[in-house]
Design a protein around this ligand. Structure first.
Ligand code: GRF
Length: 195
């Protein structure tokens, strides 16, 4: 399948996807000047910035996004640092073919700054979730979760570093499974078939 990576940050997950051989045909960033765009550039992957400030609202933004994706014949989406909730037209166009990575054990600590939220709460265990994208906030069916211990002396930077290492393993694997049609989604359950 032809995948688009939707990004907006440093791009470490994009780098991991590229290194794992994920078939990323297009990179779309909601932010200009981010590291993810440099990584796409270095890998020779077409990339585009869709800046929300240049669109009149979420519906207009997502209409432009859909145009870009259709123009490039994109069949599946991987969200890696794309800090926007997709509206129904995009979610429906890619139903069951869009995955997101989130730095917590969902449904705990949805939304922005999940690592900081976990530290502020004082949890002893947090983790990573890779899930199918639906119309909610970090709410779709879960493909993978992996836990890690929070160390007493952790700060946002040290904990994020260990979380990223897990993300870089789980996200390319989820993309591979979806790409090779090894996932079935029934309600909230995701079944993995490896034959
Ligand atoms: C990751 O921590 C991911 O879980 C969250 O955004 C961050 C993106 O990091 N959705 P990067 O740009 O891939 O380094």
């Amino acid at each position: 399948m032809r995948w688009a990576a939707l990004v907006g940050g440093t791009g470490s997950n994009l780098r991991a996807l590229i290194a794992a051989g994920s078939p990323i045909a297009l990179v779309v960033s909601h932010r200009p000047g981010v590291g993810a765009l440099d990584i796409a550039d270095g890998a020779g992957i077409p990339h585009i910035v869709l800046d929300p400030r240049q669109h009149s609202g979420r519906a207009a933004y997502d209409a432009a996004l859909l145009d870009v994706l259709r123009e490039a014949d994109i069949e599946a989406l991987v969200l890696a640092g794309f800090l926007r909730i997709l509206t129904a037209p995009v979610v429906r166009a890619y139903a069951g073919r869009a995955v997101n990575v989130h730095p917590s054990l969902l449904p705990a600590f949805q939304g922005l700054h999940a690592v900081r939220q976990a530290l502020d709460y004082g949890v002893r265990v947090t983790g990573v979730t890779v899930h199918i994208v639906d119309e909610g906030l970090d709410s779709g069916p879960i493909i993978f979760q992996e836990a890690l211990m929070v160390h007493p002396d952790d700060n946002e930077e040290t904990l994020s570093e260990r979380i990223h290492a897990i993300e870089h393993r789980l996200l390319p694997e989820a993309v591979r499974l979806l790409d090779q049609q090894h996932l079935s989604i029934i309600g909230r359950q995701v079944y993995i078939r490896e034959e």
